[in-house]
Ligand binder design. Sequence first.
Ligand SMILES: Cc1cc2nc3c(=O)[nH]c(=O)nc-3n(C[C@H](O)[C@H](O)[C@H](O)COP(=O)(O)O)c2cc1C
Length: 220
Amino acid sequence: MKVIAVSGSPRKGRNTEQMLSSALDGAASRGAQTKLIRLYELNFTGCKSCLVCKRINAQRKCYVRDELSPVLEELTTSDALIFGSPIYFMELTGVLHSCPERFYFPFVTYGTERQTFFERKLPIGFVYTMNVTKDWLREMPIANRFAEVTETLFGVAPEIVCAYDTWQYPDYSKFEHGIFSVEQKKRHRDEEFPHELESARQLGITLVEKAAKFHDERTV
Ligand SMILES: Cc1cc2nc3c(=O)[nH]c(=O)nc-3n(C[C@H](O)[C@H](O)[C@H](O)COP(=O)(O)O)c2cc1C
């Protein structure tokens, strides 16, 4: 069983990567082989609309060749996937948009007979980390259209886990921070973030359990 986490954070070892590592630890605790992929280390673009993947009898894969190509092949053969992103302007980061854009589009059908070209169920999780608190989010929800089409394309609704009110700066005294309460952020980092990491760990476990169930269903 192979579980891959794709990070759309530019910052190594910070909030998003910690959440993803925790999710992968959870997956590994159930016997999965795990891998973290950092999109910011790769040179790639979003979909170029070459439309080769939409040609009659085309293989259902992205035909653009760049450093994302081998990653997309790995994602296609994985048993579960976790996309992780800091929230930038209430959305996923640009690179995290570009990756599922290329991964999802070949499986979108413009025909009428079927809803997806993906041939099996693939459990997918999304992990978001953000400055705002949970309360704040009610007024301005996060936009992620990929989460909305995941069930149609991959046969199962996505699991979503968030870390709120994240510790953004290494040292708040050196950066502008007037709109935030440093005390509240410290409290969140020390008391709430460990629970959010645990939720991410559970997400990894849930994805592996779902993947195992789908595998058993295919083989009976
Ligand atoms: C360009 C930029 C835009 C951001 N926009 C938002 C936002 O709209 N809402 C929010 O809650 N946090 C926003 N943030 C804060 C990050 O989402 C937050 O600090 C996140 O946890 C950082 O993840 P990281 O530690 O993995 O880099 C923004 C940060 C940057 C750099």
